[in-house]
Design a protein around this ligand. Structure first.
Ligand code: ADP
Length: 479
């Protein structure tokens, strides 16, 4: 029997059955049933967050520390169960699901610590007898809108700093992954958050998300998702003169130079392009390879890809789980067809796979002979599809790497200190990796990109403070 998971509004679990959550590894498996909020509930949630803000913003570090620490501890204690449930609803492997859950626990732990470290500055005024204080305060009601590909880590890295710095929240998770969102909210609620501080409104982006964008009472929005929705968030936020932060797509390059360690390069490419079924905004979808290593690299890639175990996310042997749903699978297949029409050669994979249970299984696809002008090199596919672009030398590799509307991550595989250093300085990306996959980041340092990938202050680590607080400058004449 499936339990109905409800929305949390002003401290009450509310709502009727709205949508079913399907396991992409086995479409006969219903993960659960979830309430679907309408515009009225979104308004109630926003009003509750607004009413809770004065109390929470003045609650002091200990109250916030207690909730965040307790949340971290419970997530960590339940990592296997929560990680499994995440893998079941999203399709990433068990190891990836548990790893992501541990990451969420680490993030709550980090921001629990940050509540105790918030500091300000005090300086003498240019006017004698006057002191000037610079302090940080919460922004108010924060709208948090998240995508399906990191069902627990992305909500964690937005909710934890928002709460740590005294904000109240209306949280709208992606429709495909309500269980992970509900779980994290349930844990935070039981950890002792006062009513109204955190509200969960599961439902459609065009309804609940839009109601958040249209409300003058939402003071800031942190969004991760597609470029199209990101632009809507931006336009609506400008209209309401509110703060906003966007994390959107990527078309991340991994450069492989002649002097690279071949085994390291193949590890980076396979991990970066295909792990989590390629459904990471930091995935390496453009493999830019110099002539001297090109053929050896492709042979080694095909050999490695052939050994990957693609199957049910909940099977411990699986290395690549299914695509998240039918819509995404169709998008992946459409791009594979487009790549062929454009003249790239499908050197490996790209076909649908049958497994014991009905699911959205796709063999990782590798294109060779691609150019950087092709649509498969310019548009984000968001699936297990990567293409090799052959280049003459490092200079051409750097030019091609930077020739993209996106700028989230980039990587280079080389044993040359000169090229590694030059690439770190000249890559037009927010995060640069040397001899490491473009995906896979630390939780205590800034995350974010440039150009069409991101907008606004960085997320994560101490840099998160920039978005979730506003600075106050206070002058005192003490006589
Ligand atoms: P993806 O392709 O990753 O699903 P979306 O941008 O469609 O990217 O979705 C990311 C998040 O944005 C989801 O939670 C989705 O429900 C939400 N969303 C979609 N449309 C809107 C909208 N008009 N207003 C606000 N949020 C939206």
């Amino acid at each position: 029997m499936t339990v109905l998971r409800k929305n949390l509004i002003d401290g009450e679990w509310l709502g009727e059955a709205g949508s079913r959550n399907i396991n992409p590894s086995n479409t006969n498996d219903v993960v659960g049933e979830y309430a679907s909020a309408g515009p009225e509930e979104a308004k109630q949630a926003i009003a509750a967050a607004k009413a809770a803000f004065p109390g929470w913003s003045r609650s002091g570090p200990l109250a916030r520390h207690a909730v965040l620490k307790k949340t971290s501890d419970e997530i960590m204690a339940r990592k296997d169960e929560i990680g499994r449930s995440l893998a079941r609803e999203e399709g990433k492997t068990l190891a990836e699901g548990v790893g992501e859950t541990i990451r969420a626990a680490q993030i709550f732990d980090f921001f629990a610590g940050e509540t105790l470290r918030l500091s300000g500055e005090m300086v003498p005024s240019v006017r004698p007898g006057v002191g000037v204080e610079m302090t940080r305060e919460g922004v108010g009601v924060v709208g948090i809108i998240t995508p399906w590909n990191f069902p627990i880590a992305i909500p964690a890295w937005k909710i934890a700093p928002a709460l740590a710095y005294g904000n109240t929240i209306v949280f709208k998770p992606a429709e495909l992954v309500p269980e992970s969102a509900w779980t994290i909210v349930d844990i935070l609620h039981r950890a002792g958050l006062p009513k109204g501080v955190l509200n969960l409104v599961m439902g459609k982006g065009s309804v609940v998300g839009q109601a958040m964008l249209d409300s003058p009472d939402v003071n800031a929005i942190s969004f991760t998702g597609s470029v199209g929705t990101g632009k809507r968030v931006a336009a609506a936020s400008v209209e309401h003169m509110r703060k906003f932060q966007l994390e959107m797509g990527g078309k991340n390059p991994l450069v492989v130079l002649d002097d690279a360690d071949l085994a390291v390069a193949v590890d980076c490419a396979v991990n970066g392009a295909y792990f989590s079924t390629g459904q990471r905004c930091t995935a390496s979808s453009r493999l830019i390879v110099t002539e001297g290593i090109h053929d050896r690299f492709i042979d080694a890639m095909k050999e490695r890809l052939d050994k990957l175990v693609i199957g049910d996310a909940l099977d411990a042997k699986t290395q690549i789980g299914p695509v998240v749903d039918q819509t995404q699978l169709k998008q992946d297949e459409d791009y594979i067809a487009i790549g062929r029409q454009e003249g790239a050669e499908l050197a490996f994979g790209g076909e649908r796979l049958e497994r014991e249970t009905p699911g959205f299984y796709l063999r990782p696809a590798l294109f060779t002979g691609a150019t950087n002008a092709m649509r498969i090199s310019r548009e984000e596919i968001f699936g297990p599809v990567a293409n090799v672009i052959r280049v003459k030398d490092y200079d051409e590799a750097l030019t091609v790497a930077n020739d993209t509307p996106f700028g989230l991550t980039s990587g280079i595989c080389t044993t040359s200190l000169k090229h590694a250093t030059h690439f770190k300085r000249n890559s037009e990306a927010g995060m640069v990796m040397v001899n490491l996959p473009t995906a896979g980041v630390d939780f205590h340092v800034p995350f974010g990109g440039r150009k069409g990938s991101s907008y606004g202050p960085r997320e994560q680590g101490r840099y998160a403070m920039e978005f979730y607080t506003t600075v106050k400058t206070a002058y005192t004449f003490a006589g």
